[in-house]
Design a protein around this ligand. Structure first.
Ligand code: NAG
Length: 418
């Protein structure tokens, strides 16, 4: 796929020194974007649509409107070392990325015109800062958003951490989900701001995510405003890591499985599901009130262990079940609360639909997973899949502008080690 240089320049806004250049088998900037476009499983659907739209017709689609506003000056350091919180022997380093402008909800821009979403801005940066310059082993990481002075940017101020995705690229990188070479989705986070690990603090098996010297990070963000007032925020990622390569540590990876006709599925939408037709539309909206939607089975590429698994759903979800070789190994159940707005919650859409408005209903506040401290052995060729159970008669779902049920998600992140 040939992409225009204008496109690369337009989206690689924060390309820093040391970004991927085409030497020693690393992907060039152009190849990074082309590889993502050829492998939709690497990023969430909205990020994918943004990249696709901007690359296919850049000339006609202006990114942000001409704005004269300038980011406030950051008054705290870009890199902050702190005591580790989850893994006591690790170092913890918080890196501030940005600043990111989150547009007022009334602004006409790319997201509002093309994707119908108000107050949203997407960014894509090649060569984002890594926690270490040389080699290191990341045990876990957590994302958040904050203001110029380091104070948290919260939902109550209208700042919504929709999601961020961190991709790792490099000659030795291998995608942990579908085996795409030289690029991997290593971290995804949203408003729930939970710690993602490549290991468990008390597990028998030690594991971590290996960062090589020649790896390069690609950071894509989708941040949203719920107020009609421009804001500037910084995305932070706090890494808990060990210096250098750790020969005693297994290779820890995040495995993502997701429901729906487009979600994260190896081979893309063309692959036929053994579970029959999807219960979701292409826009991920439910076709039924009660259903159990499955992901495509994932096949283990090597022998290893499953260390943890858990789910993320939107309102309406009853639970998310994880199966290993058809055996149920985890039921991840969401907790609802009236002030939830925690996970999938698209609170921006406060439009009445049916008898209840999105503010009247209970929202998912948290969703616990399962840990396997001893490690659950997994053999090459074993399968894993999820079933997301929804019942909108029991738990009313969020509604969109038209009063239809909003998009749903069923996604699980599992920690596996090889
Ligand atoms: C759709 O839901 C039905 C009923 O719960 C289920 O049997 C079927 O397997 C589901 N389809 C997919 C793709 O999971």
């Amino acid at each position: 796929m040939k992409l225009s240089t204008a496109f690369i320049t337009a989206i690689a806004v924060h390309t820093a020194a040391g970004a991927a250049v085409n030497t020693d088998g690393a992907l060039s900037n152009e190849e990074i974007i082309a590889t993502i476009l050829e492998n939709p499983h690497l990023v969430p659907p909205t990020t994918y649509r943004m990249l696709q739209a901007k690359s296919s017709d850049l000339q006609k689609r202006q990114d942000a409107p001409a704005t004269k506003s300038v980011a406030p000056k950051s008054t705290v350091p870009d890199v902050q070392d702190e005591p580790a919180k989850a893994w006591k022997d690790a170092k913890r380093r918080k890196v501030r990325y940005g600043p990111y402008r989150i547009p007022p909800t009334s602004e006409k821009n790319f997201a509002s015109e093309y994707m119908n979403i108000k107050g949203m801005a997407d960014t894509f940066a090649i060569g984002a800062k890594k926690p270490c310059d040389g080699e290191c082993t990341i045990l876990g990481l957590v994302g958040d958003i904050e203001y110029a002075d380091g104070k948290p940017a919260s939902n109550s101020q209208g700042a919504w951490f929709h999601h961020a995705v961190l991709l790792n690229t490099g000659p030795q990188v291998l995608d942990g989900n579908c085996g795409t070479s030289k690029i991997d989705n290593m971290f995804m986070s949203g408003n729930e701001r939970s710690m993602n690990g490549y290991s468990l603090p008390n597990a028998k098996i030690k594991s971590g995510y290996r960062i090589h010297k020649d790896d390069s990070f690609v950071l894509t963000t989708e941040l949203m405003n719920m107020q009609d007032k421009e804001q500037w925020v910084w995305l932070t990622i706090s890494y808990e890591y060990l210096d250098g390569h750790q020969p005693d540590y297994k290779d820890g990876r995040m495995l993502w499985m997701s429901i729906g006709p487009i979600g994260i599925r190896c081979g893309g939408a063309a692959v036929k599901s053994p579970w029959g037709p999807s219960n979701l539309t292409l826009a991920q909206q439910p076709k039924l009130d009660v259903f159990s939607e499955h992901s495509l089975p994932w096949v283990a590429p090597r022998d290893g262990w499953i260390l943890a698994t858990g789910g993320h759903m939107h309102d309406g979800g009853v639970n998310l079940q994880v199966f290993h070789n058809d055996k149920l190994i985890c039921t991840s159940t969401p907790t609802y609360a009236h002030d939830g707005h925690g996970m999938g919650g698209m609170r921006k859409r406060q439009i009445k639909g049916g008898e209840k408005s999105n503010d009247d209903i209970d929202h998912i506040k948290k969703q616990e997973g399962c840990n396997f401290l001893e490690g659950r052995p997994m053999k090459k060729g074993d399968t894993l899949y999820i079933a997301a159970n929804y019942d909108f008669k029991r738990f009313p779902g969020m509604k969109n502008k038209k009063g239809e049920l909003d998009e749903v998600m069923g996604i699980s992140g599992s920690v596996v080690a090889y």
